[in-house]
Design a protein around this ligand. Structure first.
Ligand code: FAD
Length: 348
């Protein structure tokens, strides 16, 4: 939809998206005294970092010891991390058979954050000056001209020198009308770049306690049956509640999810306190239509997406643009550092 409003506000850099990459660009720009705003479509910050009030992650949940930018932001946030529970044995489900394996081959050591991973984004948000982040402000149109760029939302227009797409490239091109048309090669790469986890449904079943641990099970499972193909423990760090979560790329509902968990983990799995299902393919501010068909992961971190365009007026900065850990939170943060450094170095 094309919006047309009088320009009401001006800034140097407009950042589209208050996921972790957009927030981090804003933080780094503010530290270098570059004027910027972040326009966010949803009514919350964090994007694919999304946690319930109980700290249950319906988006990303893990980070790893080899991710320096995540560790640095956690330190700045004074976040409390804890180890993903991986002790015990894993279950394996194939048609007609369920086995218990010795050990937990899919239990890679990783860490979670007390309060949930969205607190990482909220921590950056809290350090930004008031007025930098505007939530519930979806960008619908962007017009580049020889003097700068006009960014239009549902209610107003911003005039700026540069714009940063801190959302998946394919999602940006689906939601935002851009004039003049971007170069063909850029459009082709952006439209074909997959959205990391954009085709995935995350299912979380919450229990009174992590009962599987009493049976020396890690709470992890691989399945060739489905609907969940990979399952892990997502319990509260102090075991105030137990939780199992699974990833699915096929239709899944509460009944089919509980049936699978019961088949794998026994009758105690049949009575969860709650089941939460988050289908990221249906989130229009994450995934474009046809997200299931985007499979060319070689495009992650491509030079086309890492380079500025339109005489340094347009930058791409989501995790999909990173060379380092593309897809991960680390990728989003390292992409943010790359873009911020280029923006600071090339003031217009
Ligand atoms: C289910 C799931 C599990 C995951 N697990 C892990 C994990 O364990 N560890 C890990 O490291 N990573 C994981 N990830 C990936 C991780 O979440 C992402 O790498 C990271 O959050 C991406 O951040 P981003 O800022 O690049 O993009 P996003 O978080 O997608 O941020 C983009 C922002 O742009 C906004 N936006 C979209 N359209 C517009 C518009 N028109 N106008 C304004 N704003 C707009 C969106 O609302 C969003 O806030 C997982 C992701 C999912 C979905």
């Amino acid at each position: 939809m094309r919006y047309c409003f009088e320009v009401t506000q001006t800034t140097d850099v407009v950042i589209v998206g208050a996921g972790v990459s957009g927030l981090r660009v804003a933080e780094l720009l503010c530290e270098s005294q570059v004027d910027c705003v972040v326009l966010e479509a949803r009514d919350r910050v964090g994007g694919r970092l999304f946690s319930t009030d109980q700290g249950i992650d319906l988006g990303a949940s893990w980070f790893w010891d080899n991710e320096p930018d995540v560790i640095a932001v956690n330190r700045q946030n004074a976040a409390e991390a804890f180890d993903q529970y991986i002790d015990g044995n894993m279950m394996f489900q194939v048609p007609g058979r369920i086995e218990r394996l010795d050990g937990n081959p899919i239990g890679v050591p990783s860490k979670r954050i007390v309060g949930g991973m969205q607190t990482l984004a909220q921590g950056i948000f809290r350090r930004l000056p008031a007025g930098v982040v505007h939530v519930s402000t979806p960008v619908g149109a962007i017009d580049f001209d020889e003097h700068g760029v006009t960014v239009s939302t549902e209610g107003e227009a911003w005039r700026a020198n540069r714009v940063v797409f801190a959302l998946p490239p394919a999602t940006a091109l689906n939601l935002i009308e851009i004039t003049p048309e971007l170069p063909d090669h850029l459009v082709s790469v952006a439209r074909k770049t997959p959205v990391w986890m954009g085709a995935v449904t995350k299912v979380v079943a919450v229990y009174q306690e992590p009962f599987w641990r009493n049976d020396s099970l890690a709470g992890s499972a691989m399945s060739h049956v489905g609907p969940m193909r990979e399952i892990h423990d997502l319990s509260d760090p102090n075991t105030n509640f137990g939780a199992l979560f699974g990833f699915s790329r096929e239709p899944v509902n509460e009944v089919t999810a509980i049936a699978q968990l019961t088949a794998i983990f026994g009758p105690q799995a049949a009575s969860p306190l709650e089941v939460m299902i988050k289908d990221w393919s249906k989130e229009k501010y994450t995934s474009p239509p046809g997200v299931f068909q985007l499979n060319d992961y070689h495009l992650f971190g491509s030079e086309t997406l890492r380079s500025p365009h339109l005489d340094c007026r347009l930058y791409f900065t989501s995790t999909e643009t990173a060379l380092d850990a593309p897809g991960h939170i680390q990728g989003a943060l390292s992409a943010a550092a790359r873009s911020a450094s280029a923006l600071v170095g090339a003031r217009l």
